[in-house]
Ligand binder design. Structure first.
Ligand SMILES: Cc1cc2nc3c(=O)[nH]c(=O)nc-3n(C[C@H](O)[C@H](O)[C@H](O)COP(=O)(O)OP(=O)(O)OC[C@H]3O[C@@H](n4cnc5c(N)ncnc54)[C@H](O)[C@@H]3O)c2cc1C
Ligand code: SF4
Length: 509
């Protein structure tokens, strides 16, 4: 054998760079389902199922394409626990001359596979991943000599470089950013019965077999599989993309930050898992959105808001990850040391907003961005959860969670653990923010405008406690000073009450 092409669970594309120059007469593909990828963090059942089912469908596509495949199933007798252990014994049996790999999504996996290649005395041909607009070196070049690394400047550069939503040298519609138009909440009636629902992909025989395996082998893991209906093949992912850009993208912008109880999808794309498994390329997703904008079927503000998430945030967080790892994983600028409350794993809390976001996460392996940032993330930030523990939770529970994207979002954007490299200020708010974005507070035993007392909203208590704990650090901060100045109206007795109530909250199980 000449090349053994290693394909990981998030590299499910026949056109992946690892296949450049593939010769079916001399090369073969290697894939392995190993337990460690589901247990190094306590992966939820939906997350395990999407990776295993995606891999098994891709194995079928490889066989159909006539590419020789060595596929190790989790339930095959003798399957090793880790990718490294499995690959080592397969190299000894298959004796390839070289290993080929597209850059993995996880620093830990890259280190492990490089070590296996070195031990076996084999060259590892590591190739860049075409499923991004930019490479880690592009990002490093952008970052060189800059003090701050704001996403906005990086994003504008990419718009110009790739000519996306541009009108000659100017941004389409005249502005780079339409954020101000993209912050509506639903009225009292809610999103309405005519809100288009995303397509569901009912489990076929391959997926049903995986679901049974996950239920049995990972019975103690969090999450549920009763409503598992994610796209798992390229054809399904393309169908999901088409349904999104034609039905929900027009209203994506205005309702990007809205939350509605019992409605997990709203006008969001639900495309992150398909993108991260590489069933779709960001280039085709962005092109589909731009086509709708240029045809006049989608307002520029919605189209731009969506493109910014993919061409801006998605590329930017990947750049942060690869240029800052491995040290980034230990960042803890606010010195947060509390344990993650146990109810993050089961949603058993009487805070209505957190219960809704976590239950939905466990049911679907999904929550939209504002739920991640301004409900589960905000609470952990105010509570003072140790960032690494929270990182373990986000990496476990979402079907789109791969470390390159999850880690910077959790540590940088949500927890300010990198001290402001990614976010220009900590995203802190009291319960009143959630009251503005959703009707959840009306259905909750707490009151968002009360910070002490029996009915005080824990977000609000912890928000004021956060300001008190970090008053000195942020007193002169250009974007937070105004919030800190609010403390001037809080007398000593009230400060003591806030601190005491926050400690009671933290002592709860
Ligand atoms: C604490 C935290 C953890 C997160 N963990 C993940 C994760 O593990 N995997 C993941 O893909 N995203 C993660 N995100 C980003 C974002 O929340 C999800 O990409 C989004 O909710 C996925 O749903 P959607 O496809 O409906 O996205 P939409 O809201 O419809 O957005 C469209 C697309 O833009 C991209 N996108 C949007 N926001 C971001 C972002 N901040 N970073 C990178 N890409 C983005 C995604 O590919 C997404 O599919 C996280 C955000 C936070 C605050
Ligand atoms: S009152 Fe507080 S805890 Fe209850 S839903 Fe509103 S923000 Fe959440």
């Amino acid at each position: 054998m000449r090349d053994l092409v290693l394909v990981l669970g998030d590299q499910l594309d026949l056109a992946s760079s690892a296949f450049d120059g593939f010769d079916a007469a001399r090369d073969a593909v290697w894939m392995a389902e190993v337990a460690e990828e589901s247990t190094h963090v306590w992966s939820s059942q939906p997350r395990i199922a999407i990776f295993l089912a995606g891999m098994r469908h891709f194995a079928q596509a490889l066989r159909d394409a006539g590419r020789p495949l060595h596929y190790r199933r989790l339930d095959d007798p003798g399957t090793r626990e880790s990718l490294a252990a499995q690959l080592s014994i397969d190299i000894a049996a298959l004796r390839p001359q070289r290993l080929v790999l597209t850059r993995p999504g996880d620093w830990r996996v890259l280190q492990a596979l490089q070590a296996v290649a070195a031990d076996a005395g084999l060259q590892l041909d590591l190739r860049e991943d075409h499923h991004f607009f930019t490479t880690p070196s592009d990002f490093a070049a952008h970052a060189r000599g800059r003090h701050g690394l704001r996403m906005e400047y990086f994003y504008r550069e990419q718009r110009q470089r790739f000519g996306i939503l541009m009108d000659g040298g100017q941004p389409l519609g005249g502005a780079w950013n339409y954020d101000a138009e993209n912050r509506e909440a639903f009225g009292a009636q809610g999103p309405g019965f005519d809100m288009p629902q995303p397509p569901r992909f009912e489990p076929d025989a391959i997926t049903r077999e995986v679901i049974a395996l996950v239920r049995e082998r990972f019975a103690s893991h969090p999450g549920r599989l009763d409503s598992f209906a994610w796209p798992l093949t390229r054809a399904q992912a393309l169908q999901a993309l088409d349904a999104f850009v034609t039905e929900r993208l027009p209203l994506f912008g205005p309702y990007q930050d809205a939350i509605w109880p019992g409605e997990p999808w709203l006008y969001h794309a639900q495309l992150s898992a398909a993108l991260n498994l590489k069933l779709l390329t960001p280039q085709e997703v962005v092109a589909a959105a731009e086509r709708e904008v240029r045809a006049g079927r989608v307002p520029v503000a919605s189209g731009e808001g969506f493109v910014r998430q993919i061409l801006g945030w998605r590329e930017y967080v990947r750049g942060i990850y690869w240029t800052r790892m491995p040290g980034y994983a230990n960042a803890n600028a606010l010195d947060a040391r509390r344990d993650l409350p146990a109810w993050y794993w089961n949603g058993d809390t009487d805070m209505a907003c957190l219960r809704d976001a976590i239950q939905q996460t466990l049911d679907h392996g999904y929550a939209h961005h504002i739920q991640r940032l301004m409900v589960t993330g905000l609470f952990a930030l105010l509570y003072g959860v140790e960032p690494r523990q929270l990182h373990g939770w986000y990496l476990s529970v979402y079907v789109d969670a791969v470390e390159w994207v999850e880690l910077p979002n959790t540590l940088g954007m949500s927890q300010y653990a990198d001290g402001g490299l990614m976010a220009s200020k900590p995203y802190i708010a009291s319960g009143k923010y959630i009251a503005r974005q959703s009707p959840l507070c009306d259905r909750c035993r707490y009151r968002p405008d009360e910070r002490v007392g029996e009915r005080a909203c824990p977000f609000t208590t912890l928000y004021w406690d956060f300001l008190l704990r970090h008053e000195a650090r942020f007193a002169d901060h250009p974007r937070l000073a105004l919030q800190v100045r609010g403390l001037a109206r809080v007398n000593e007795a009230e400060r003591a009450r806030i601190r005491a109530q926050a400690e009671v909250l933290r002592a709860l199980p």
